[in-house]
Write a protein that binds this ligand. Sequence first.
Ligand code: SF4
Ligand SMILES: [Zn+2]
Length: 318
Amino acid sequence: MVKFPEVYYDNEWIIKHRGIKNPVDPFRPYAYVREKERSRTGEIIETGTIFLTNRECPFKCLMCDLWKNTMNEKVAEGIIPGQIEWGIRRMEGIRQLKLYNSGNFFDKQAIPENDYAEIIGLIKDFDTVVIENHPRLIDDRCLKLDDSLNAELEVAIGLETVHPEVLHRLNKQMDLDDFEKAVRFLSLNGIRTRAFILLRPPFLTEYEGIAWAKRSIEYAFSVGVECCVIIPTRPGNGALDKLMKEGYFEYPLISSLEEVLEYGVRLHAGRVFADLWDLDIFSRCRNCFLPRKGRLQGINLSQVISPEIMCSCSRQVL
Ligand code: SF4
Ligand SMILES: [Zn+2]
C-alpha cells in the first residue's frame, strides 16, 4: 500500500537533511563520461557526457543528489564554455554530446546568457546535443538554440513519476500538465524529448514502484516523448536516507529495473534505456550482478530483450 507521511517535505526540510557539498573546481567539469548509446535511427554512436560544474539548481527535489557537486554562486562568464571545451577535447570522436549542468540549461543563474554564442560554436557540429531543463523553463530559447545548431537538439526533462501524489511530494514544482505542455511545445517545433523516470520513488512499495514506472513510460510516449530513461531511485542525498529510516523509502532491486526496461522496450514506442549509474547498490546478490548488468547494457544498446538471468535470488518476495 502507498504510505504517505502527514507532512510535506519542502525546500527547508530537504536542505536541512543534506550533508556537505563536494569541493569543486569551477574551471573543470566535475565529471565526464564516454560511452556508446543507441541513436534514434538505431546506430550505436560514441557519446560523451559532460557534467558541468555550475550553480546549484533553484528547484530542490526530494530525490535529487546533484547539488553535491555544485557551487552556491553563479559562475562568471566564460567559465561554462571553458569547461565544455575542456571536456570535448578529452573525448575525441564522439558524435553525441550531453551537457548536464546539475540543473537547467536555460536557468539564467546557471549559464550566463552571454555565453550562449560561444557554447553554440563549440557544440553545433555534433550529430546530437542533449541538454537538460525543467518544463517550466522551456520556451522560445530552446527554439533559438535548435536553430543555431547543425546538430539535432534533444531536451531531457525529469518526468519522475505520473503518480500524482508522489510527484507533488517530490517538491519538483511541476505537474503533468507542465510536463505535457513542454513536450508538445518541443515536438511541435521538431525538437525531441528524453524523459527521466524514477523507478520506485519514495512512498511506494517495490511492486508499486514497478507498476508506476511502467505507467510513467506509457504516459511519456503518449504525449510525444521519444526516449525514456529509467533511473532507479538511490539514497545518499540526506533526505532519502531520512525517509528510509522512517520507512517511507527503500531503493529498488536490479531485477525490477530489468522488468521495467523490458516492458518499455516491448512497447516499441521509442528508445528506452536503464540508467546504470551506481548499479551495484541495487543488487542484493553477488552471483548475478555482473550478468544482470551485462544484460541491461545489451538491451540498452540493442533494444531487444535477451533471455532472463536465472539465479536463486530471482524468486525474492517483493
Ligand atoms: S530540477 Fe533536476 S537538478 Fe533541479 S533539483 Fe530537481 S532533479 Fe535536481
Ligand atoms: Zn542472484
